[in-house]
Design a protein around this ligand. Structure first.
Ligand code: T3D
Length: 262
């Protein structure tokens, strides 16, 4: 059987491709573990300086594989709290805590947890034909994989509630207009643009980019005073990096910087 997540490292970019196209890349346990392993590799391997997450085929990800939740097969109701804690939540935490940029290229429909995993990534590009669906309301569930958090935080309550309560599809261009993703691009341009962006980030000052990601994520739960202190500490760290020395040298020498990621 082909791997449920394709993994390829080139020029500092680790591309992870969800690969169950016949099921619109919905999650079974194997794909959960494979995705988690891929993101864990990005944490552990210094050769990885950016991640690009996308999906194979016509969809990005349709959330949980509902074939694995068929009540007609009998048995007790599944403990979905347990599956979130075991499968979805660790992956969300790994994406957010990774001090390297994660680009998401949403190549088609992103439904349920599939949409919310995209929203957890740092820069999200979507094909214009893609749409985001909080499909949970259609099956009696709540938006998980951080959905209630990211929708409320990014969109505010009125739009978050309407999307979550109605499960109405949100087209990529509107998602971009609403600030939920970075941009919607022509379908043919999606992968070239996403790859170029990931390559640009992978060639960047990895330490500084990682600290920047952490600071922006932490800002919402801090006062300005606390954030100023955090910026001071992170800038102190960035100021000691080889990439800072290289960046300033390159500026003074009027040439492009060659960052090592250190
Ligand atoms: O359970 C837990 O652990 C708790 C965690 C839950 C997290 C969640 O994500 S819950 C939400 C689960 N996802 C959904 O409810 C979405 C279900 N899918 C859809 O609503 C639609 O498929 C889409 C709107 C995403 C796309 O529609 P469309 O018309 O473009 O495609 P389609 O024909 O519905 O799907 C194509 C195939 O993929 C089809 O298979 P077939 O008939 O060709 O053999 C369809 O059954 C399959 N597929 C799509 N989504 C899923 C799926 N198979 C299993 N699970 C899916 N989620």
């Amino acid at each position: 059987a082909s791997p449920t997540v394709l993994s390829a490292l080139a020029d500092g970019v680790l591309t992870l491709t969800l690969n169950r196209p016949e099921k619109l890349n919905s999650f079974n346990e194997e794909m959960h573990l494979a995705l988690r392993e891929g993101i864990q590799r990005a944490h552990d391997d210094p050769a990885v300086r950016a991640v690009l997450l996308t999906g194979a085929g016509r969809g990005f990800c349709a959330g949980q594989d509902l074939g694995d939740r068929d009540p007609r097969k009998g048995g007790p109701a599944p403990d979905l709290g347990h599956t979130l804690e075991t499968f979805y939540n660790p992956t969300l935490r790994l994406i957010r805590s990774l001090e390297k940029p994660v680009v998401c290229a949403v190549n088609g429909v992103a439904a349920g947890a599939g949409a919310n995993i995209a929203f957890a990534c740092d820069i999200v590009l979507a094909a214009k034909s893609a749409k985001f669906i909080q499909a949970f309301a259609k099956i009696g569930l709540i938006p998980d994989a951080g959905g209630t958090w990211s929708l409320a935080r990014i969109l505010g309550e009125p739009r978050a509630k309407a999307l979550a309560l109605t499960a109405e599809p949100l087209p990529a261009e509107k998602a971009a207009d609403w600030g939920l993703i970075w941009k919607a691009v022509e379908d043919d341009a999606l992968m070239p643009e996403a790859q170029a962006l990931a390559a640009q980030l992978a060639a960047g000052p990895t330490l500084g980019l990682g600290l920047t990601k952490r600071l922006i994520q932490d800002a919402a739960t801090r006062t300005l005073d606390q954030q100023l202190d955090a910026e001071r500490d992170c800038q102190q760290q960035a100021g000691r990096s080889a990439d800072y020395a290289e960046g300033v040298t390159a500026f003074l020498e009027k040439r492009p910087a060659r960052f090592s990621g250190k």
